[in-house]
Design a binder for this molecule. Structure first.
Ligand code: ZN
Length: 115
């Protein structure tokens, strides 16, 4: 990876973190517990609760990704950033750009998932 690619990835991580932080704030608002005295019909209320579950789930996923991205940001300047943890080959740049928190190359990931 050259210096230009590295700085591109760094910018990508920073912008991903910013957009996830925004998502988390809005999901936290949306997943607030529904007040019992809310004067809606039964079905609507059930739908709202299902929606709330979905928001909570997305919130958890976003928080996990945020942690991984922050970790990636702390590692991006290291020599070994972008190396696969399994085979130590360089991870494909396009993949890293898409998912900067990647720690495995595609073929190792497939092998790990295929177990
Ligand atoms: Zn690998």
């Amino acid at each position: 990876m050259d210096a230009k690619q590295k700085s591109d990835i760094k910018e990508k991580i920073i912008s991903d973190i910013a957009s996830i932080e925004k998502d988390i704030i809005s999901l936290e608002e949306k997943s607030q517990p529904i007040t019992p005295d809310c004067s809606l019909g039964r079905l609507t209320r059930q739908e709202m609760m299902q929606e709330q579950q979905l928001y909570l789930h997305n919130l958890q996923e976003n928080k996990k990704r945020l942690n991984r991205l922050r970790f990636a940001l702390s590692k991006v300047d290291n020599e070994d950033y972008g190396e696969c943890k399994e085979c130590e080959e360089n991870i494909d740049f396009n993949r890293l750009f898409l998912i900067p928190e990647s720690v495995y190359c595609v073929s190792c990931l497939e092998e790990l998932n295929g177990e």
